[in-house]
Design a protein around this ligand. Structure first.
Ligand code: ADP
Ligand code: MG
Length: 232
């Protein structure tokens, strides 16, 4: 699904240039669950954002399902993102002015899905994420664990093939953190590819493979459990 070659990303602010990623090579197979770890500032979010086509690399190649996407313009990236990719963030990033139902419905509106079809999809995914009883509530009326379940619902309601999660349990207590990890694992077992940034050893054990970044480079990689392409 993902093939990244000699990827570099630098940020320039006034006089200072930061090399956030320095020659990253990475392959991720469809159906894999990969964790990215490493100290603060080592480039984890930058890498995840480039994989998620929220940002472009400065140099190197990025192939998504065989298509070179590293140099695409924002409107072309948006087209690929829609319906293919779902995002989950540490701070949930729900829209406070919209209800739970409306937050999860939004990606389907962007896909021009009919209202009756949207309703069925949203109801189904809210049930699955065990948050249907809160559909008329606003994000601020929910606990952190509930908000993250809504965010996962929003990420998967389009049948996204790839979920990108940036420290999804970072703001949760361990009970809610484990619940979120179990939901992500379930989605992965049904075939969704997951790439997750985490600081937590507990969370990294859910992944097939762990990649350690340091100063913008992949320094070590370890296989937690076997992943077989054909088993998916
Ligand atoms: P991590 O997620 O591992 O904590 P980041 O990917 O957020 O690290 O950041 C990697 C490096 O790139 C840091 O030095 C950070 O300050 C810098 N950086 C990230 N985003 C930007 C940006 N938009 N502008 C300038 N520098 C940035
Ligand atoms: Mg980060």
């Amino acid at each position: 699904m993902i093939q990244i070659q000699n990827l570099k990303k630098s940020f320039r602010t006034e006089e200072v240039e930061t090399l956030a990623l320095n020659s990253v090579n990475l392959k991720v197979e469809t159906g894999e669950f990969v964790a990215i770890m490493g100290p603060s500032g080592c480039g984890k979010s930058t890498l995840l954002n480039i994989i998620g086509m929220l940002d472009n690399p400065t140099d190197g190649a990025y192939f998504f399902n065989g298509e070179e996407v590293g140099g695409l313009k924002e409107n072309q990236r948006t087209k690929i993102r829609k319906g293919n990719l779902g995002f989950v963030f540490q701070s949930f990033n729900l829209i406070d002015e919209l209800t739970v139902y409306e937050n999860v419905e939004l990606p389907l509106i962007y896909l021009n899905m009919k209202k009756s079809e949207r309703q069925q999809k949203v109801k189904e995914v809210l049930e699955r994420m065990k948050i249907a009883h809160r559909e008329k509530h606003f994000p601020q009326q929910l606990s952190g664990g509930q908000q993250q379940r809504v965010a996962i619902a929003r990420a998967v309601v389009t049948n996204a093939k790839l979920i990108l999660a940036d420290e999804p349990t970072g703001n949760l207590d361990s009970k809610n953190g484990i619940e979120v990890m179990n939901l992500l694992t379930e989605l992965n077992q049904e075939g969704t590819t997951i790439i997750m940034v985490t600081h937590s050893d507990r969370d990294s054990h859910y992944a097939h493979r762990v990649i350690n970044l340091f100063d913008g480079q992949i320094v070590t990689e370890s296989q937690n459990k076997p992943f077989e392409v054909n088993a998916q």
